[in-house]
Design a protein around this ligand. Structure first.
Ligand SMILES: [Zn+2]
Length: 340
């Protein structure tokens, strides 16, 4: 089969389109023909070697496709079935996994990070990862869902305990997590303040339901938040930008507010004034992907049309390097997808 293979870490040029042997599914696995694999910012970290995936490596976390072959120990699926893959790997037998908290598993990882992923034509996975999709959902749309929606759901619902009517600040509205976050927050009738880098992205955020949009290049986020909330601040800040916005994000919180973070796109080193944290009783929470239960909850809402995947653009698999360059320019609104 054809696959995107990295033999070294580096720029987009290390993504090589090559022939590799077809994976042979074990008796306890399902073989899936990849129709679409969406990019995430994680793909950039994997490519640069930040996460130290063993080489050679096939990246790609968000897969949608069709079942080709079913191992003899697997029941409940049929060839030709349209599916998406849960974008995580875990042991499925430790205390955390059996309690349904897979993202606390010592072996937890993201598909395509440290284990080979879906930037290829065929992938063999355990049946626990295989989730049938409705015929109404296209492969590109299906691939645009799993990682960002489970991440946004775990951040806002699982970690920050979002309740109806709260005010949420969503950083980076054009990113996959931002797009999912705005929609999840609106499901709870939250007031959503989003940030975006230009008018086109701001318009996209408003269409998804954002009540207010701040331009994070030309406006000071915390000042705008104070103006919008009558000096009160927001209940929850959804962070994934890191260094560039951290200070403004913390300043935007109301007393006893919660900042939840799942990433550090612009850099992981940030400062924090502890006097703010204790005197204003702030909660600062980390969040990593989500559980299988949360994935299934959020997928049901997608399948019912209550949450909508947003795709920006598809590239042929062999142009993965061009897709990475496009992603890194951050000009997209929605997911960038590869088609084998
Ligand atoms: Zn486990």
């Amino acid at each position: 089969m054809k696959a995107i293979v990295m033999h070294e870490y580096g720029g987009p040029e290390v993504l090589r389109y090559e022939d590799v042997p077809n994976p042979k599914p074990r008796q306890d696995q399902v073989l899936v023909r990849v129709k679409a694999c969406a990019l995430n910012h994680l793909d950039v970290w994997v490519r640069k070697g930040t996460t130290k995936s063993p080489l050679p490596h096939i990246p790609g976390s968000d897969v949608a496709g069709e079942i080709v072959e079913i191992g003899e120990w697997v029941t409940g699926f049929k060839p030709g079935q349209r599916v998406l893959l849960a974008p995580m790997t875990f042991c499925n037998h430790c205390e955390a996994c059996t309690a349904g908290r897979q993202n606390e598993c010592p072996e937890y990882s993201v598909l395509g990070n440290r284990v080979n992923g879906g930037d290829c034509e065929l992938i063999a996975v355990p049946p626990v990862n295989v989730i049938p999709i409705p015929d109404t959902l296209g492969f590109n749309e299906a691939a645009s869902v799993p990682l960002v929606f489970v991440t946004a759901w775990h951040m806002l619902v699982g970690r920050a305990n979002l309740r109806p009517g709260q005010t949420v600040l969503v950083l980076g509205a054009n990113s996959g997590v931002g797009i999912a976050g705005i929609q999840v927050a609106k499901l709870f009738n939250a007031t959503v303040i989003a940030t975006a880098g230009d008018d086109r992205k701001a318009e996209g955020a408003r269409k998804l339901g954002a009540d207010y949009v701040i331009n994070h290049y030309t406006q000071k986020i915390s000042e705008e938040v104070r103006r919008i909330t009558n000096k009160r601040g927001v209940d929850i800040v959804m962070e994934h930008v890191g260094n560039a916005t951290w200070e403004e994000s913390v300043k935007s919180l109301k007393n006893a507010g919660t900042l939840v973070t799942c990433g550090a796109t612009t850099g992981p080193e940030v400062g924090i004034d502890l006097r703010f944290v204790y005197s204003r009783q702030l909660s600062i929470l980390g969040s990593y992907m989500g559980t299988m239960g949360e994935l299934n909850q959020v997928l049901k809402l997608v399948f019912d049309g209550k949450l909508k995947p947003v795709m920006d653009r598809a590239f042929p698999l062999k142009e993965a390097n061009a897709a990475h360059e496009y992603l890194e320019k951050s000009q997209m609104f929605g997911k960038v997808v590869l088609n084998p």
